[in-house]
Design a protein around this ligand. Structure first.
Ligand code: TXA
Ligand code: MG
Length: 344
C-alpha cells in the first residue's frame, strides 16, 4: 500500500482503522508520526513492533485542538495552561503526571504522559474524526528505531517497506506534503515542577527563550533523574552512512585527506564551498528554521549516495541552532572513530 491523498474519505477511513486497533502513518508539522489508539495497549504494542523500538520507551499522545487534557493528565500546573495557550496547536510536547486510568503502555511504564496538539491540518482532521475528537493518538516518529525521522511520505514508505504490504502492521499512510518544521517537537517536562522547575528534554522549533518569555523562568537542562526520552539517547536520528561533523576551517583538509585514501564523500554544508569537491553535495539554508526544514530529507538523500562518509559542516553554536545541533550531534555520535580509522 502506498500513501494516499488526504481526502475526507481517506481521513475517515484512517480514523476508523485507528479505532479498530490498526496503525496509521500521518503527517504533522514536525515529522510524520506512526499512530495508534493511545488507549489500546495492543495497538500501542504494534507501534513498538513496527519500529523495532524497546517497549519501555514512552510515546507522545496527540490530541485534537481544544481537547480536555485533564482526561490524560492529573495535577496539571498553571504553567501547562500557559504554554498551551501560547504554543498549541504546535510543535511543543508537555510531560505531565499521567491520569490513573490511562494505560501505562503509552508511557513505557513511567507515571507521566507526553501530550501534544499538532498544527498540521491533516493531523487535526484525523484527530477530530478519531473517536469524535475525544481520543488520543499515540505516535512516535514514523521511522525504524534510531533512524532518521520522516518528513514526507516517501520516507515513511522506505522505512516500512514490509509493514505497508497488504496484511502488514500499517493500514494506511496519509499524505500531507513535506513537514514544515522538519525536526521533532520541543519536549518540556512539567511533571516535577515543585522540585526541578520546567526541564527541557528535547530542544526543537519552540525555543527555550520563547518558553522562558511565557513562563518567566528558563527551562533547565535535563538532570540525572529527568524522565527518559529515546529521542535523547546519544545515538539517534542516524542515517546508515556514518555522519561526521567537521568545522568549516577543517573541511578542505579533511576532504583532501579522505580522497587520498580513495574514500567517496557526501557533504552537507550551509555556507558555499565551491572549491570542495565531494561525490554528493547538499547545500542547506543558512538559517536554523530553513536548515531544520531540509535536514532530514538532506541526510536521507546523502545516505543514498553510497558514500563512505557524510561530512556535515559544523553549525553555529548559538541558541537558535540548538534543535538542529542536537539532532546532528546524535546523528554523528560515535563516528569519530570511523573517521580516525579511515585516515589512519
Ligand atoms: O514532533 C514529534 O514529537 C513527533 C511527531 C510525530 O509528533 N513525535 C516524536 O515521537 O518525535 P518520538 O517517539 O519519536 O519521540 C518522542 C519522545 C521520545 O524521546 C520519548 O521518549 C519522549 O518523547 N516521551 C514521550 N512521552 C514521554 C514521557 N512520558 N516522559 C518522558 N519522555 C517522553
Ligand atoms: Mg523518533
Amino acid at each position: 500500500m502506498k500513501s494516499q491523498a488526504s481526502t475526507p474519505e481517506a481521513i475517515a477511513q484512517a480514523a476508523h482503522a485507528l479505532e479498530s486497533g490498526q496503525l496509521v502513518a500521518f503527517p504533522t508539522e514536525t515529522v510524520y508520526g506512526l499512530g495508534a489508539d493511545a488507549e489500546n495497549p495492543t495497538a500501542v504494542a504494534n507501534i513498538y513492533a513496527a519500529k523495532g523500538r524497546p517497549s519501555n520507551h514512552p510515546v507522545i499522545v496527540h490530541v485534537a485542538p481544544g481537547a480536555d487534557i485533564s482526561y490524560w493528565a492529573k495535577d496539571i500546573p498553571a504553567e501547562a495552561h500557559q504554554l498551551i495557550a501560547a504554543f498549541w496547536p504546535g510543535p511543543l510536547t508537555l510531560i505531565l503526571k499521567r491520569a490513573d486510568h490511562i494505560p501505562d503502555a503509552v508511557s513505557g511504564g513511567q507515571d507521566t504522559v507526553g501530550i501534544r496538539c499538532p498544527s498540521h491540518p491533516v493531523a487535526q482532521e484525523l484527530l477530530r474524526a478519531f473517536k469524535a475528537g475525544k481520543g488520543g493518538v499515540a505516535a512516535p516518529s514514523a521511522n525504524k528505531f534510531g533512524h532518521v525521522s520522516p518528513t514526507m511520505t516517501a520516507h515513511v514508505e522506505e522505512e516500512f517497506e514490509q509493514e505497508i504490504q497488504p496484511g502488514g502492521l500499517i493500514a494506511s499512510i496519509l499524505d500531507g506534503g513535506q513537514s514544515d518544521v522538519g525536526i521533532e517537537s520541543t519536549i518540556v517536562d512539567l511533571s516535577r515542577l515543585a522540585t526541578h522547575g520546567p526541564v527541557l528534554l528535547r530542544p526543537g522549533h519552540i525555543t527555550v527563550a520563547q518558553m522562558a518569555a511565557v513562563l518567566g523562568t528558563t527551562p533547565a537542562a535535563p538532570d540525572a533523574a529527568a524522565p527518559r526520552a529515546s529521542g535523547t539517547l546519544d545515538a539517534h536520528y542516524a542515517p546508515h552512512t556514518p555522519v561526521i561533523l567537521v568545522e568549516a576551517a577543517e573541511l578542505d583538509d579533511t576532504v583532501n585527506r579522505l580522497h587520498a585514501k580513495n574514500k567517496k564523500l557526501a557533504l552537507m554544508s550551509y555556507q558555499a564551498h565551491p572549491a570542495i569537491h565531494a561525490e554528493a553535495w547538499r547545500h542547506l539554508p543558512a538559517d536554523p528554521v530553513g536548515y531544520a526544514h531540509d535536514l532530514y530529507a538532506g541526510l536521507r538523500e546523502l545516505d543514498h549516495a553510497n558514500a563512505d562518509l557524510i561530512l556535515v559542516e559544523a553549525l553555529p553554536q548559538d541558541k537558535d541552532w540548538q534543535g538542529v545541533n542536537d539532532r546532528l550531534r546524535r546523528a554523528a555520535f560515535d563516528s569519530r572513530d570511523v573517521l580516525q580509522g579511515m585516515l589512519g
